[in-house]
Design a protein around this ligand. Structure first.
Ligand code: NIG
Ligand code: FE
Length: 399
């Protein structure tokens, strides 16, 4: 299967947006073979079928590197409670929040979970995602964490999407382990990680380091288990307070630290040394009415790469659109539109440890978005993004 995409404004995302104003991309067997000016397509590709973009913007397929897309139930009542004055932490401490989604997710079967997730997945796809990360973390028993990861794995058999699965059993302490977080890690989180790895259900390991969740000391045995299994780690760090999660995670060689609004200079420095990506999640910041901004200027100064993701979840970020997350990253966090697009492509790939996607270059996967737009800044500029004209997944055009 081969295709040449022509007459496009190509944002290669190499060295910034890497714009080619009248560009072409040659695709074959699911990979990018060549990218350059439309009038310079090498002779050897002249006979391949062509698709004219009529001057439209072409970007790499978007990568949503932080989602909790698989869940059952609703948190609309909690949304109302927060508007009536309750805080996210108060609700969590009273057994609501994440734990209310845990109850609904435990009650759901694997096929119920898949059915509940597909409409959200379709929204992500319609907004330009070609790779998404999906976390467990609403099961909190060995069986229920495995059920979530199986549901996440099933998604790529049902839709044209790549799914990276993340074990997040260390998301909350369930009621039967209240006050015994270390026992929960030893008796549920680690055994569920081993079982998920044995079933090839897990690509990476995440945890929630927070006063309402786990301390870095409690998480250390889980991360060392991950290392033993050869799985990369990442961390929900410094979302609501500075628990020094980023310092801990960076020392463990984490791919990313996510949220990071409350990170201190020590955390930023540790991430810079380790090459850990800062994943910015403006949807959660927006929903929680946060005022503490992530230190974008400090990340830039230290050379810490910034990714942008939806954090799609029922509690803090019921949002499936990466272009909307990019808009929020610009409006709320003052990223430039180019940084936001890099954040949902190149840097998102880095946050997932993937080197075969995120830019338009020879050898990269042939996953592209064709937008009803002519400039890359339009994706973040329009609230909710421009219309996705078509998507190319694995070299195949699905208009
Ligand atoms: O990324 N911070 C922890 N986890 C999610 C929220 C999950 C939930 O509230 O259901 C987050 O914001
Ligand atoms: Fe999250």
């Amino acid at each position: 299967m081969a295709l040449v995409v022509t007459d496009a404004v190509v944002a290669t995302m190499q060295g910034g947006t890497g714009l080619i104003p009248s560009g072409a991309v040659v695709l074959r067997d699911g990979r990018i073979l060549w990218v350059g000016a439309s009038d310079r397509i090498p002779d050897e590709y002249q006979d391949i079928e062509r698709h004219s973009c009529d001057g439209r913007l072409v970007t790499p397929g978007l990568i949503d590197c932080h989602t909790h897309a698989v869940w059952a139930g609703s948190r609309a009542a909690e949304f109302e409670a927060r508007l009536n004055g309750a805080s996210y932490e108060e609700i969590a401490r009273a057994g609501g929040g994440i734990l209310s989604t845990v109850a609904a997710t435990r009650a759901a079967s694997e096929s119920d979970l898949i059915a509940a997730t597909l409409p959200r997945l379709d929204q992500m796809i319609a907004s330009g995602a070609t790779t998404i990360e999906v976390k467990s973390g609403y099961g909190l028993t060995v069986a229920d964490e495995l059920k979530m990861l199986r549901a996440a794995r099933a998604l790529e058999r049902l839709r044209p999407i790549h799914v990276v699965t993340t074990h997040l059993a260390a998301h909350a302490v369930p009621p039967d382990y209240k006050g015994r977080a270390a026992d929960y890690i030893a008796e549920v989180a680690i055994p569920s990680l081993r079982a998920a790895h044995a079933e090839a259900l897990v690509d990476q390991v995440d945890a929630f380091c927070e006063g309402i969740a786990f301390s870095s000391q409690e998480l250390a045995p889980l991360f060392s288990e991950a290392r033993g299994l050869g799985l990369p780690v990442k961390l929900h760090a410094e979302q609501l307070s500075d628990r020094k999660g980023a310092v801990f995670a960076a020392a463990e060689g984490a791919l990313s630290c996510d949220h990071v609004e409350y990170i201190g200079p020590d955390g930023v420095a540790a991430m810079a040394v380790a090459g850990t990506v800062a994943v910015l999640l403006p949807g959660a910041f927006y929903s929680l009415h946060e005022t503490q901004l992530p230190p974008v200027a400090a990340f830039r100064a230290a050379g810490v790469a910034m990714a942008v993701a939806t954090d799609l979840n029922p509690g803090t970020s019921p949002m499936a659109s990466l272009p909307l997350a990019m808009n929020m990253a610009c409006t709320l966090f003052r990223l430039t539109p180019a940084e936001a697009l890099l954040g949902a492509t190149v840097q998102a790939a880095r946050a997932l440890g993937l080197t075969d996607r995120g830019s338009i270059a020879p050898g990269q996967r042939a996953d592209l978005c064709l937008w009803d737009a002519t400039h890359p800044a339009e994706i973040a500029w329009r609230i909710g993004g421009p219309k996705l004209h078509a998507r190319i997944f694995g070299g195949r055009l699905d208009a």
